[in-house]
Ligand binder design. Structure first.
Ligand SMILES: Nc1ncnc2c1ncn2[C@@H]1O[C@H](COP(=O)(O)OP(=O)(O)OP(=O)(O)O)[C@@H](O)[C@H]1O
Length: 494
C-alpha cells in the first residue's frame, strides 16, 4: 500500500500528506457564506480534482482533496460531511474506502464519482451505502445539487448522533415506581454498589434491566460526571473487539489506516460497561484480565501502555459459571468480575409487582408521547399477570407502548394487548421457571375479530423480520403495495 503518495489541494499545489488538514481548507466564498461540515474529494485524476475544487469553492464548501485513498482517509475526520470518491485509485479500491467509511464514519455521505459506467459498480456502490453514483464527465450544477442533498443528509444524521451521545451522558434513567419489597431491595443494593468503586457483575435474563441498572450505578456513583461507555461484546465483529476495546496504532493490521483510541481509554474517569461479557471470545479474555489487574491499556501495535482510571461493570444473560464449566469462560476472569454481584430477577418472579411496574411504564409512555394519561382495566391487568414474560421488562414495555398507542378509549382493554411470540434466548429459561400460561402461548385467535387477527399477523411478521416490509409482504403472501395499504388502514406504525 502506498503511504507516501501526495495530497493535492484546491490551489493546485502538490504537497506531502503530513501537513495539517486545517491549512489545506479553502475559504468559503462570501457569496454563499460558510457551511458547517467539510468535503473530502479523493481522485487520482488531477483535472477532476481541480474542477471539483473550483466548483466547491464557488459554492462555499470547505473542502480538501487527495489523489490517493490512504491520504484521502487521513483527511476524513469528525467534521467531514461528504466524501467524493473515485472507484479506481492507485493504492486502495474505492469499495474498500467506502466500506471503511461506513464502519468508522457512519454519518459521512459518500458520492461515488467515477469513469466507470458499469451498472454492477453502481449497484455495488449503492448497496455498500453510497449516497449517490455519478459518472464522469459530470454536470457541475447537478453535481452541486447532489452535494447539497448529501450535506443535508449528513446534518440530520450528525444531529441525531450528537443528541444520542448527549442523551446517554446526561439524562438520568427514569426509574420504575414500585413499592414492592423486591424493587426496594434492588434499589438499596444499587445505592450500596454505587457508593463503592469495585468491579460489578450484573446477571439476569434478557430484558430484566441489566443495562439500565449499570447506568444507574454510574449515575449514582462518584464517577457520574465522567463518561459512561457501553461496549456490547456480542455485537462487535470478532476480529475488531480488541481494537475497539483497547485501540490500535496506524498500520497495526490491514485496515488500521489511522491511530484509534479504544473504548477503555474513552471511559477514563468514568465507567466502562461491558454488556454481554459472556460472548467475549476466549482468546481475548486474558487481555481483559490484564486490563482489570493492571488498569493499563496498550493499543494494538503500540509499544507503551497508558494508565486509565475506569470502573468496570459487566453483564450477561448467560450463566457465567456454566460457561466456565464448559471451558468457554476463564475462571480467573470470572472471579475478577464477580467482586460485587447483582442478580436481577425475572419479571415472572417479581410477584405482586407487575401492576406497579405496568402503571409506571404506561405513565412514562404517555408522557413521552405527549398524550393524556391512560389507565388499564382490571381484565387487561389480569392478562398481563398471567403472561410468562420471557422477554421480561422490555417485552412488557413493548406490549404496553403498542396498547397505549392503539387503545380506543382512555383505558387499555384486553383486545389492545398483543403478546408477540417474543424472540428470546431459550437458554435463559429453565423448564421449571417458565410455566406456560394461556397468554404465554402467543396471540389467541379465538374471540378476536378478523381485523384484529390480520393486524396481529402483520405486526408479528414485521417484528420477526426486523420491520422489513418487502420481506414481510412476501411472507404474508401479499404484494408490497398491499402491506402498506393494510398498515395504513389498520393504523400500524412501524
Ligand atoms: N429499574 C428500571 N427502571 C426503569 N426502566 C427499567 C428498569 N429496568 C428495566 N427497565 C426498562 O426495561 C427495558 C429493558 O432493560 P435493559 O435494556 O436494561 O435490559 P437488559 O437486561 O440489559 O437487556 P439485554 O439482556 O437484552 O441487554 C428498558 O427499556 C428499560 O427502560
Amino acid at each position: 500500500m502506498a503511504f507516501n503518495a501526495t495530497i493535492q489541494h484546491q490551489s493546485g499545489h502538490t504537497r506531502r500528506g503530513s501537513d495539517s488538514p486545517a491549512d489545506s481548507r479553502s475559504q468559503p466564498s462570501p457569496e454563499h457564506g460558510p457551511k458547517v461540515g467539510s468535503i473530502v474529494a479523493i481522485d487520482d485524476d488531477p483535472l477532476t480534482l481541480r474542477l471539483l475544487s473550483a466548483h466547491l469553492s464557488k459554492a462555499g464548501y470547505d473542502h480538501k482533496t487527495a489523489d490517493n485513498g490512504t491520504d484521502g482517509l487521513e483527511l476524513v475526520d469528525d467534521s467531514t460531511a461528504v466524501v467524493v470518491l473515485d472507484l479506481r485509485l492507485p493504492d486502495l479500491s474505492g469499495f474498500q474506502i467506502l466500506q471503511y467509511l461506513k464502519e468508522h464514519h457512519v454519518n459521512v455521505q459518500v458520492i461515488v464519482l467515477t469513469g466507470s459506467d458499469q451498472v454492477k459498480d453502481a449497484v455495488e456502490a449503492m448497496r455498500a451505502g453510497a449516497f449517490q453514483f455519478v459518472t464522469k464527465p459530470f454536470d457541475p450544477d447537478q453535481f452541486l445539487v447532489f452535494i447539497d442533498k448529501a450535506f443535508n443528509s449528513w446534518k440530520v444524521a450528525d444531529e441525531n448522533t450528537n443528541l444520542k451521545s448527549a442523551h446517554s451522558q446526561s439524562v438520568p434513567v427514569r426509574e420504575m415506581e414500585s413499592t414492592a419489597d423486591v424493587h426496594v431491595r434492588l434499589m438499596q443494593q444499587v445505592d450500596q454498589i454505587a457508593s463503592l468503586d469495585s468491579t460489578v457483575f450484573i446477571g439476569g435474563e434478557t430484558g430484566t434491566g441489566k443495562s439500565t441498572i449499570a447506568r444507574m450505578i454510574h449515575q449514582r456513583s462518584k464517577r457520574s460526571a465522567g463518561p459512561f461507555v457501553t461496549v456490547n461484546c456480542a455485537s462487535l465483529p470478532r476480529d475488531l473487539i480488541q481494537s475497539e476495546l483497547f485501540g490500535h496504532t496506524k498500520g497495526s493490521f490491514t485496515g488500521a489506516v489511522t491511530d484509534r483510541i479504544g473504548h477503555a481509554e474513552v471511559a477514563d474517569g468514568g465507567t466502562l460497561f461491558l454488556d454481554e461479557i459472556g460472548d467475549l471470545p476466549i482468546d481475548l479474555q486474558p487481555k481483559l484480565l490484564t486490563f482489570l489487574q493492571e488498569r493499563t491499556v496498550r493499543r494494538l501495535g503500540a509499544s507503551e501502555s497508558n494508565k486509565v482510571d475506569v470502573r468496570l461493570v459487566a453483564a450477561t444473560h448467560h450463566d457465567l459459571a456454566a460457561l466456565c464449566r464448559q471451558g468457554l469462560f476463564r475462571q480467573d476472569l470470572y472471579f475478577r468480575l464477580l467482586v460485587l454481584n447483582l442478580e436481577l430477577p425475572a419479571l415472572r418472579h417479581r410477584t405482586g409487582e407487575l401492576p406497579n411496574i405496568a402503571n409506571s411504564i404506561i405513565e412514562a409512555v404517555c408522557e413521552r408521547q405527549g398524550i393524556s394519561r391512560k389507565t388499564i382495566s382490571s381484565r387487561a391487568m389480569e392478562m398481563l399477570e398471567q403472561h410468562a414474560w420471557p422477554g421480561n421488562i422490555r417485552e412488557l414495555e413493548n406490549v404496553l407502548e403498542r396498547a397505549t398507542a392503539f387503545a380506543k378509549s382512555d383505558a387499555i382493554e384486553p383486545q389492545d394487548l398483543l403478546f408477540s411470540n417474543a424472540v428470546f434466548d431459550q437458554r435463559t429459561l429453565t423448564e421449571s421457571s417458565l410455566e406456560p400460561t394461556p397468554a404465554a402461548i402467543g396471540f389467541q385467535l379465538a374471540g378476536k375479530t378478523l381485523e384484529e387477527i390480520e393486524r396481529a399477523a402483520i405486526i408479528e411478521t414485521l417484528d420477526m423480520l426486523g420491520g422489513n416490509k418487502a420481506k414481510s409482504a412476501r411472507t404474508l403472501g401479499i404484494s408490497e403495495k398491499s402491506i402498506y395499504n393494510k398498515m395504513k388502514r389498520l393504523k400500524i406504525e412501524y
